[in-house]
Design a protein around this ligand. Structure first.
Ligand SMILES: [Zn+2]
Length: 199
């Protein structure tokens, strides 16, 4: 799941391990009204138990129990299916009550508690060694690969790549937020190509 979520978005590992379940809006037309397609909100929170801190800190809010704003990332169908797989197996089995965070430790004395960004980096390193990949897998590599794929799929449209990859500054996200290009056939087609769903 972690690999799918990193490779289908351009999220930083700190943002991923900082996600709360309430940040995920995986159905169409979520209550936040921020994005019509399935998406998630990266919100900078102080005092997450695992100290994961999103690096970029746009304003976010909770309105009537619904997370709004923050940094918005579109969510791929593969991410949604890996999420349901995870929630109905490992999460259901081990998650400690009350913290509300998405990623938990699956082994060790602190099983069920939130997973730290450092532990996530260690997992990627070990996975890389097992797969006998040269060098270390760095989470940033997923961001660069994602952006390159979007650029390929759009014939080098940097605007679409910027939006899809959330490379832009928080202010830029605000400016393009709700921009019709986010829902254009071209944008959707680019994401589908990157997510491996194009025919
Ligand atoms: Zn939302």
């Amino acid at each position: 799941m972690v690999v799918t979520w990193l490779s289908d978005t351009s999220m930083r590992i700190g943002a991923l391990t900082g996600l709360h379940l309430m940040d995920l809006h995986l159905r169409d037309n979520a209550d936040c009204g921020d994005c019509k397609s399935p998406h998630l909100h990266v919100c900078h929170r102080w005092g997450n138990p695992n100290r994961a801190a999103a690096k970029i800190k746009p304003d976010w809010d909770v309105v009537d129990g619904t997370v709004t704003k923050g940094e918005i990332y579109r969510v791929s169908p593969a991410m949604i299916s890996s999420y349901f797989q995870y929630m109905t197996t490992e999460y259901a089995k081990y998650a400690a009550m009350g913290h509300g965070m998405l990623l938990i430790q699956l082994a060790g004395p602190r099983r069920g508690e939130p997973w730290s960004a450092d532990a996530a980096r260690g997992m990627l390193r070990r996975a890389g060694r097992r797969a006998q990949l040269p060098g270390r897998i760095k989470p940033q590599a997923f961001r660069h690969e994602f952006t390159n794929k979007v650029l390929d799929a759009t014939d080098g449209d940097t605007f679409v790549a910027k939006v899809a990859g959330n490379w832009a500054s928080a202010r830029m996200v605000e400016e393009v937020y709700g921009h019709p290009d986010l829902y254009s056939p071209q944008f959707t087609a680019a994401l589908q190509t990157v997510w491996g769903e194009a025919e």
